[in-house]
Design a protein around this ligand. Structure first.
Ligand SMILES: NC(=O)c1ccc[n+]([C@@H]2O[C@H](COP(=O)([O-])OP(=O)(O)OC[C@H]3O[C@@H](n4cnc5c(N)ncnc54)[C@H](OP(=O)(O)O)[C@@H]3O)[C@@H](O)[C@H]2O)c1
Length: 284
């Protein structure tokens, strides 16, 4: 059985390939793809089949997906081209005769008010109409916060526009474990999984958790979405990304990044990594 993982050079894709190997899938049964195979040479060195796939170049896809039985379509990074790119990848998976495609969507993709949600719901719809599929609606990454720890500690403040909204964030590693689970076990076709961490938190609770882990005074400063966007662009983020992040925070303020489905812990077969554990690991 051949399992294709797209975007295997990315952070989630890498962890998913590792999770498949850890589950005992033979390396020769895994196909890892990237636009640049030199980025995943380490997988090739371990016996994983490595192929080039660029969703913007449909001609690259038949050879990349040849023999695919199950395929993980990891959502791409450029929102404006996302739907067209994903449609090309789905068409290629159909042509390759894949029996199942899992897609990394976003939490509550069908009802979310974020600017990113329509790209995910359009991909879901296209996929659902064409072949057996499973939606992995990933929530926010805990790493979106732990990667900011140096700046937070320097300023003594968590800045955001999420108000008192609860956020069911989880580690990329846990989401990758869920993907590996649906790719290696049966009975997932047609399912939609709302994936998030077991313990939701507000940004004030995030600040408190960082304070507890570091022994430092850290507070949460709530800003309007416009003010938060300005802070992010002043910090050097591209305007488009700053808008996306502020928009996500607004959605969080409405609890759109919250789930109590328990889907993630069921798929990985254990409790999800906690906020405190993720902070401790990032501080090491
Ligand atoms: N849940 C969240 O909090 C959150 C946050 C940010 C992003 N996301 C979404 O989750 C996805 C995975 O996250 P991540 O952390 O692994 O992102 P990442 O490390 O930035 O990886 C993105 C991947 O997208 C691939 N890619 C981009 N354009 C492509 C194209 N035209 N054709 C084929 N592959 C393409 C890249 O592959 P190559 O460059 O090697 O081809 C790369 O492997 C992101 O792409 C984004 O859609 C979720």
């Amino acid at each position: 059985m051949s399992i294709v993982v797209t975007a295997a050079s990315g952070q989630l894709g890498r962890l998913t390939v590792e999770a498949l190997l850890a589950r005992g899938v033979p390396a020769s049964d895994i196909v890892a793809t990237s636009r640049d195979v030199t980025r995943i040479k380490d997988f090739a060195d371990r016996g994983v089949v490595v192929r080039r796939a660029d969703f913007a170049e449909p001609d690259s896809l038949p050879a990349a997906f040849a023999g695919a039985d199950r395929l993980l379509l990891i959502s791409t990074t450029t929102p404006s081209e996302r739907v067209a790119n994903h449609r090309r990848a789905i068409d290629a998976a159909v042509a390759a005769g894949a029996s199942l495609v899992a897609y990394t969507s976003m939490l509550r993709a069908d009802t979310s008010t974020t600017s990113l949600a329509p790209t995910h719901s359009a991909t879901e719809e296209y996929l659902r109409e064409r072949l057996p599929s499973v939606m992995l609606r990933n929530g926010w990454y805990l790493e979106n916060y732990t990667s900011q720890l140096p700046q937070v500690r320097q300023g003594g403040v968590v800045v955001g526009a999420a108000g008192h909204g609860r956020i069911s964030a989880a580690t990329r590693s846990d989401y990758a474990g869920a993907a590996a689970s649906v790719l290696t076990t049966d009975g997932h076709a047609g399912n939609v999984y709302e994936l998030g961490g077991d313990e939701a938190f507000t940004l004030a609770e995030l600040a408190a958790a960082i304070a507890a882990a570091t022994g430092e005074r850290i507070e949460y400063a709530h800003l309007t979405a416009d003010a938060f966007t300005q802070v992010l662009t002043d910090a050097g983020l591209p305007a488009e990304l700053a808008h996306v992040l502020a928009d996500a925070d607004l959605a969080m303020s409405r609890d759109e990044m919250f789930t109590d489905s328990g889907d993630l812990r069921r798929l990985i077969g254990r409790p999800t990594t906690t906020l405190a554990e993720a902070i401790t690991a990032a501080l090491r």
